[in-house]
Design a protein around this ligand. Structure first.
Ligand code: PAF
Length: 289
């Protein structure tokens, strides 16, 4: 079922909740790929009803970013979402979500200010605002997000906790192409040579993970491994390369054994900005055990 009107969406959710249905939400900006498909399929397995939202949210794009050219194809999205097991596709208009006079935004604080927040000021304000609106409209029990947007998942966790949304957050692993490139709607922007170059993000993450497995603990050294792989590709320009504590995004000089860390990358390949990440736990030194 395709719903575009906000009041119809609210009525559908109220009816589903009164029938004791567990509602899962998969928020997306459309142009669905296998990463979205895996979120929808998991939601369909775990919930009684799945609402996939398709809305290119203008509030999370900065001036000069790709809001206008962001790929859109509702007909294709509806077919993919249905096939993956969605119950409702909610695709509201921009005017319905942000009518004239709309002013309220949500700022989740420090977790949104570094990395993506530094390079895309206001981005997470836009994300938190639209996700809170979708939560209020759909009243889901479970929300599904991909690990590909790692910092976004921390922002959503903060939003759910701070605003007391009675929602369980499920973060599912990044789905990758066979050569390691993380699936993203923005991959369609890449020319064939850029597409080949874009594997550098995955290769950089692998190089850092291998260094950590070999015993590297110094943050700057871990970051240098990623940097040198990326710098070997002339079309690649680094926005940021970071190793940080996975839960707080703090960046100590040295990581300690047992610590869960995240490697984060934002790299431009030509004019296409791509992000990726990897999670790992700093191993205990075999000589000390
Ligand atoms: O991850 C996305 O596609 C978007 O940031 C989201 C969560 C749908 C909000 O617009």
């Amino acid at each position: 079922m395709l719903i575009t009107a906000l009041d119809e969406m609210q009525r559908w959710s109220d009816t589903a909740r009164s029938a004791s249905k567990i509602i899962g939400i998969v928020p997306t900006m459309g142009y669905l790929h296998d990463g979205h498909r895996s979120l929808i399929e998991t939601a369909a397995r775990e919930c009684d009803a799945v609402v996939t939202t398709i809305f290119v949210n203008p509030l999370q794009f900065g001036a000069g970013e790709d809001y206008e050219r962001y790929p859109r194809n509702l007909e294709r999205d509806v077919a993919i979402a249905r096939d993956a097991g969605t119950t409702v596709i909610f695709a509201p208009s921009r005017q319905a979500m942000y009518p004239d006079g709309y002013t309220t935004t949500i700022d989740v604080g420090p977790i949104a200010q570094r990395f993506e927040g530094t390079h895309r000021p206001g981005h997470f304000r836009g994300v938190a605002t639209v996700v809170a609106k979708l939560f209020n409209l759909i009243k889901p029990h479970v929300a599904y997000f991909g690990q590909k947007d790692y910092q976004q998942t921390l922002v959503i966790a903060r939003l759910i906790s701070d605003l007391n949304f009675d929602i369980t957050l499920r973060v599912l692993p990044t789905v990758r192409e066979s050569d390691g490139l993380a699936m993203s709607s923005r991959n369609v922007y890449l020319s064939p040579t850029e597409r080949a170059d874009a594997t550098v993000l995955y290769r950089a993450l692998q190089a850092a993970l291998e260094a950590i497995a070999r015993g590297e603990r110094e943050r700057l050294h871990v970051e240098a491994h990623m940097r040198s792989v990326i710098e070997s590709v002339p079309t690649a320009q680094i926005d940021y390369v970071a190793a940080a504590r996975a839960e707080t995004l703090d960046q100590p000089d040295v990581f300690v054994p047992g610590e869960k860390i995240v490697l984060l990358l934002a790299v431009r390949i030509g004019s296409t900005r791509l992000i990726d990440n990897a999670l790992t736990t700093i191993p205990y030194d075999s000589s000390s055990t």
